[in-house]
Design a protein around this ligand. Structure first.
Ligand code: SF4
Length: 884
């Protein structure tokens, strides 16, 4: 085959997380995409994590939605758009604007977000548009607004490198924001930065930290009130800053002193030891350049907003804000959560960081020249779906997200969508847990095809540029929204010809009647032409007349966006989680991400190397918890709460606190039988932000003792009807793990797998050991194999068997070896893949470490290459060295 030539290299942005790394995507004539980090992009300076590095493996058309669909029939764009516009119009005419809603996503580009918000708030006239970013950082937004008068993220990534100490609070940033982790680790070598991790779990972020506070879930407010009291008692306040630039200190300190004045009491209530709490407080008190970096562990709580303010209070009290290397720094989960905040994608904000005040409503309506405008906040995500279930929302449009998996009490979300009169889903993915409820499916362009802007966690706006042709009939989200708006009779407000035109209007709105009262101002970009938009370099807002090249750091001059211009201390009365454990539900469930999966796996599960890091959904628990509840490592556990249940593999580890469990959020009905963890999670929300309490659900756990286990490797994808199954993609085949309470025989598999076709079957049965093995072939050769056993341990290694799928032809000798499950000498089984870039497994690494006298991460890299590309596995390598 002739070698494919480079046809184009395009600078764009990674679509996975709020770090917002710049990538260079290169497509060859065979449409193969290679990805590398953009060394000129200030967010990552060339670095990428494992997910970003594998982006090229996720752009295929498998499971892509390629045409519009109405009532399960493929239709033209015209018909689909008319159907959506007509049904929304009729619903509004009959039931009023409050009877419709949009549920959008931090995956949308800013331009998509802008027109969705404009249509709902400015033309339909209700604020019933909320975003899945509600689930990840709305508590930070509300906390910022209470303290600063506006949703301002002051610090930048460089501050993480300039700090002398960083507290990582409620974040496994080594896995969730790996490039920032790498930046901090690199800076630590030079600056000796001290790192404290505050997290109930001992995650990989803790492995290189100087101090880990394994805090009792939900008690962060007590810990930070305790810090404020400590600063007061030890005379470590910046009284000048407090007097000149803040208000409300007296009330805040009174509350802190009354709730957490004594370190012994704080340590007791947070279940920490006094020495560690004292060390943290002393370090904060003595370190001017201190960053408090916080994420989901703080935000996803029924008291998330208060926790955010408890953290900010400590920075206001010490004047450590707005200067290099210091501040309270909220990191977002999604790539464009910040862009959503800018346009007003949250039901609780209007647009361009304006709120539902009379002045802002009038200003936005005049700017949009809109017929009517929402006059009050709309329904926040959990409430929104509750109203759908109650029948109050009758038409719902879901854009670029998967609420059937990601919203707590997900069973109720299923029910809501089932009941809803009219559900539209615009997405690039055909089959998700949510698309199954859609009356209309609208094919949206995917990453690589679409063009626009995103904003990362340090306010940096970057271009996402297209480098692939649109798949099938897929169109940009902004185009779909504008076409529906036109058909609803709003032609004047939505006649945009390009994403650049939308961006210019968005930029102009940010500067409209803004004489410095509003932080979000990118009016300096309101007049850029299409070429300038195309070439727009990454820039941090505000970008205006005074700051034409952007602004690295905000809140620098001690001036805030409140009426008085002063920052506000917020008195925090610590509140514990709403749901408490008891006899029926004695354990606390926490949820979160794993290193190599993203959101609900719709993209990352396409990459076989990402799927090999963690292959099955799991529950982690402490050995003592496991003993108390009869759980066995590697066996299945049934977890149940008031709201639902899951069935997952058990992972016993001392990284968990006793009595607490952790399950990853990614798995769903497309990849497993019953591992959709948000079916279990409680739907309680913070009363101000509406952000759900994903980190604290009381549950029970019990072992599930199956008597039949197996795995299947097959070229085709199947749906297995077993009590437990999971699937993942490998290089040349799908891999399934399954088990059940009773055995299934060959006839059962034939029924599931034949699909009207006849195959040649080769079988082997060992009745004494209750082991069955089947291979099946068609005229082109090997199609699959199934191995079952009465004991899980009697199943052979899947690694070597997978390698047999590289060839279709399989001589008899090899067939016999396959049936025997022979893998020569076990050498091909490298175990769980730790380094996704070079496919280096745990067993290989452990063997190398044990045979070396002084193994360190660098030596592992030199000899095995592990950790030498994206670096995402370096925390795990350190951990394996300790383990070995
Ligand atoms: Fe993408 Fe990883 Fe960068 Fe996040 S840290 S933007 S996932 S490359």
């Amino acid at each position: 085959m002739p070698e494919a030539q480079d046809t184009c290299s395009v600078k764009t942005t990674c679509p996975y997380c709020g770090v917002g790394c710049g990538v260079i995507a290169t497509k060859d004539t065979g449409n193969n995409v290679t990805i590398k980090g953009d060394s000129k992009h200030p967010a990552n300076l060339g670095r990428l994590c494992s997910k970003g590095s594998a982006l090229g493996e996720t752009v295929d058309l498998d499971n892509r939605l390629l045409t519009p669909v109405v009532d399960n029939q493929q239709v033209s764009w015209d018909e689909a758009l008319n159907t959506v516009a007509q049904r929304f119009k009729t619903t509004i005419e009959q039931h009023g604007p409050e009877s419709v809603a949009f549920y959008v996503s931090g995956q949308l580009l800013t331009e998509d977000y802008y027109v969705a918000n404009k249509l709902m708030k400015g033309f339909i006239g209700t604020a019933n548009i909320d975003t899945n970013s509600r689930l990840c950082m709305s508590s930070a937004v509300a906390g910022h607004k209470r303290a600063f008068g506006t949703d301002t993220v002051g610090p930048c990534y460089e501050d993480l490198e300039q700090a002398d100490a960083i507290a990582i609070i409620g974040s496994n940033f080594a896995w969730c924001h790996p490039v920032l982790y790498q930046r901090i680790e690199a800076a630590r070598k030079k600056n000796k930065t001290r790192v404290i991790v505050i997290d109930p779990r001992r995650t990989h972020s803790c492995d290189s930290a100087d101090l880990h506070l394994a805090i009792k879930p939900g008690t962060d407010g007590i810990l930070f009130n305790g810090l404020l009291s400590f600063l007061m008692k030890n005379d470590c306040l910046d009284k000048c800053f407090i007097d000149q630039h803040t208000e409300g200190f007296e009330q805040a300190i009174d509350m802190a002193m009354s709730s957490a004045s004594d370190i012994d009491m704080v340590a007791h209530r947070c279940d920490l030891n006094v020495k560690d709490v004292t060390e943290f407080y002393t370090l904060f008190a003595n370190t001017e350049k201190f960053i408090s970096f916080f994420s989901m562990g703080i935000n996803q709580s029924s008291s998330g907003v208060d926790k955010v303010n408890a953290i900010i209070n400590t920075h206001l009290a010490t004047g450590r804000i707005g200067r290099p290397g210091m501040g309270a720094f909220s990191i977002t989960g999604q790539p464009n959560a910040m862009g959503g905040r800018e346009v007003g994608g949250l039901a609780s904000t209007l647009a361009a960081h304006m709120d539902f005040t009379d002045a802002d409503i009038s200003r936005v309506q005049r700017f949009w020249n809109s017929p009517l405008i929402a006059s009050k906040e709309g329904l926040k995500a959990v409430d929104l779906f509750h109203n759908v279930r109650e029948g109050k929302i009758k038409a719902l449009w879901i854009m670029a997200t998967n609420p059937a998996v990601s919203i707590p009490n997900a069973g109720a979300v299923d029910e809501a969508m089932k009941k809803c009169d009219f559900v539209v889903v615009s997405d690039c993915t055909r089959q998700t847990d949510t698309t199954r409820y859609a009356d209309v499916l609208l094919p949206a362009q995917a990453w690589g095809e679409k063009s626009g802007t995103v904003t990362n966690s340090e306010r940096r706006i970057s271009r996402q540029r297209s480098f692939l042709p649109a798949a099938g009939d897929a169109m940009p989200d902004w185009w779909i929204i504008c076409k529906v708006a036109e058909r609803m009779g709003f032609k004047d407000g939505f006649g945009f010809s390009s994403e650049a035109a939308i961006f210019r209007e968005h930029a102009a709105l940010s500067g409209f009647e803004n004489e410095g009262q509003r932080d979000f101002d990118i009016s300096g970009l309101a007049d850029i032409d299409d070429v300038e938009y195309e070439l727009l370099p990454p820039m941090q807002w505000p970008i205006n007349r005074d700051n034409p090249k952007g602004t690295q750091r905000l809140l620098q001059n001690g001036r805030f966006y409140t009426m008085s211009g002063k920052a506000r201390f917020v008195p925090v009365q610590p509140r514990l989680p709403v749901e408490t454990t008891g006899v029926r539900f004695p354990l606390v469930l926490n949820t979160g991400r794993v290193r190599d999966q993203w959101h609900t796996m719709t993209r990352t599960a396409k990459s076989q190397r990402l799927s090999r890091h963690i292959r099955e959904p799991f529950v982690q628990c402490h050995p003592k918890t496991a003993r108390a509840h009869g759980l066995v490592h590697g066996q299945l556990t049934h977890i149940e709460s008031k709201w639902g249940s899951v069935l997952v593999r058990t992972d016993i580890t001392e990284r968990q606190r006793k009595g607490e469990l952790f399950i990853p959020l990614h798995w769903n009905d497309q990849y497993s039988a019953r591992a959709r963890v948000d079916a279990v999670v409680n739907p309680h929300v913070d009363p101000i932000s509406g952000q759900p309490e994903f980190k604290h659900t009381p549950v029970m756990a019990k072992p599930v003792l199956h008597s039949w286990f197996g795995f299947m490797l097959s070229r085709k994808e199947y749906k297995l009807d077993c009590t437990y199954w999971t699937k993942l993609r490998e290089a040349d085949n799908w891999r399934y793990e399954f088990s059940d309470s009773e055995a299934h025989d060959l006839a059962w598999f034939k029924k599931h797998l034949l699909n009207g076709r006849d195959y040649e079957w080769v079988e082997f049965t060992d009745e004494i050991n209750e082991v069955n093995r089947y291979l099946w072939f068609d005229e082109s050769g090997l199609q699959g194999c199934v191995f079952t056993a009465a004991e899980y341990e009697k199943l052979p290694s899947r690694e070597w068997l997978s390698t047999q799928f590289t060839e279709f032809e399989l001589p008899w000798k090899h067939r016999v070896r396959m049936l025997a499950g022979e893998n020569d000498s076990n050498k091909t089984d490298c175990g769980e893949v730790i380094c996704s870039c070079f496919n280096v497994g745990k067993k290989t690494i452990l063997e190398f470490i044990r045979n070396s006298t002084s193994a360190n991460v660098e030596e592992i890299g030199e000899q095995l290459r592990a950790g030498t590309n994206c670096g995402s596995c370096r925390p795990e390598l350190k951990c394996l060295i300790k383990e070995a």
